[in-house]
Design a protein around this ligand. Structure first.
Ligand code: NAD
Ligand code: IPM
Ligand code: MN
Length: 364
């Protein structure tokens, strides 16, 4: 029997609440399949750990994670620890340290998911945002000069390397070719006269190697507008780290909300473990109430199954989620229901049991 070793960093706020539901669902999958199982190792890292130990994870934290097949993460960051410390010392350290330079964020309107847009059908919101996940605006480079003085100046430098820019754009072209879909680059060359001019240039260069892939290019402000007005324009999307962060919360909003949006941080070379996490944060406003929506972390767990080559099971998880949303009587308050986190996890796990291949979602 194949054993997948998963490092679990449930993290802060609603992180532990939603992660346990994802674990419940993949354990059910393993039980039904019979040819593999999961072995979860829990790491208690996060803001509470920081308050006790003065650091978000031990100094050899990355070393401890290295031999796992994947990392399953809830959320990081909580009032009481400055966000730039908690995030840089745990979440961003893992993404960068393990060279997870591809962030896959599906923005797909599943059946039954609440959509705030009028007259939009399900197949009209079906995109995959491929976010650069290792450098760009998140390079962490900068300076803080003359602190506290009247002529104080702060610099935050974006870093767009040739290697870093080319590899994410090439990854996106490969994905577009594989899926026979168009590829849209989102940038901002009109104002960001170094980084985004370079980005656009690399996109043009690489596109010449993929004459079969239809391409589009949008400025990020206009793209944000079209996400809401005409989301069907977008299929595969490639964009920089910060723009990808922002437009995927917008994407979440049009496709069911933050409680449903999932992401995978991939190291394509598989030199290091990849990491699966919902795109939402620790939601301090609802933490501890047992009402967080676990569907985002369950969807991330399905991405983990895809990554292990069990795409059939990944699809079945999405189909189970769709049935739970279509029935509509076991949903958390963010989706208009009255159920708690645990009940939604149970409902999805139960549905997986009764779903067969004919119930597969058309999109995934
Ligand atoms: P957030 O995503 O935590 O919450 C934004 C809003 O969405 C809140 O009203 C929240 O209640 C709601 N929401 C989020 N997830 C939900 C879910 N599963 N079910 C129901 N409602 C949900 O963003 P924020 O409030 O800006 O950030 C809170 C903290 O989380 C900050 O410390 C931030 O830095 C951190 N954060 C971490 C991650 C991560 O670990 N990947 C991602 C985003 C934010
Ligand atoms: C996300 C989050 C992180 C990001 C933060 C918490 C650093 O917002 O995963 O979307 O900006 O990447
Ligand atoms: Mn974000």
């Amino acid at each position: 029997k194949k054993i997948y070793k998963i490092a679990v960093i449930a993290g802060d706020g609603i992180g532990p609440e939603v992660i346990s539901e994802g674990i419940k669902v993949v354990d059910k999958v393993a039980e039904l399949d019979g040819s593999f199982e999961f072995e979860f190792t829990h790491f208690p890292w996060g803001c509470e750990y920081y308050l006790d130990h003065g650091q978000m994870m031990p100094i050899d934290g990355l070393q401890q994670l290295r031999s796992f097949d994947a990392i399953y993460l809830g959320a990081v960051g909580y009032p009481g620890v400055p966000d730039h410390i908690s995030l840089w010392d745990l979440l961003l350290k893992i993404r960068k340290g393990f060279n997870q330079y591809v962030n896959l964020r599906p923005i797909t309107l599943l059946e039954g998911a609440p959509c705030p847009l009028n007259d939009v059908s399900r197949d009209q919101i079906d995109m995959l945002v491929i976010r650069e996940n290792s450098e760009g605006e998140y390079a962490g480079a900068g300076d803080w000069l003359f602190k506290g003085k009247p002529h104080e100046v702060v610099l935050q430098t974006g870093v767009f390397s040739r290697v870093g820019t080319e590899r994410i754009i090439r990854y996106a072209f490969e994905e577009a070719r594989k899926q026979r879909k168009s590829l849209t680059s989102i940038s901002k060359g009109n104002a960001l006269n170094y980084s985004m001019v370079f980005w656009d240039q690399v996109f043009d260069e690489v596109s010449k190697e993929y004459p079969d892939v239809e391409t589009h290019s949008y400025l990020v402000d206009a793209a944000a507008m079209f996400f809401v007005k005409q989301p069907w324009r977008f299929e595969i999307v490639v964009t920089s780290n910060l723009f990808g962060d922002i437009i995927t919360d917008l994407g979440a909003a049009i496709s069911g909300g933050l409680g449903l949006a999932a992401g995978a941080n991939i190291n394509p070379e598989r030199e290091y473990p990849s990491m699966f996490e919902p795109i939402h944060g620790s939601a301090p406003d609802i933490a501890g109430k047992g009402i967080a929506n676990p569907l985002a972390s369950i969807w991330s767990a399905s991405q983990m199954l895809d990554f292990f080559g069990h795409e059939d099971w990944g699809k079945r998880i999405l189909a189970a989620m769709e049935q739970v949303m279509v029935e509509g009587n076991t949903l958390t308050p963010d989706m208009g229901g009255t159920a708690n986190t645990n009940q939604v996890g149970d409902a999805v796990a139960e549905k997986i049991q009764v779903i067969d291949a004919t119930d597969m979602p058309t999109t995934a």
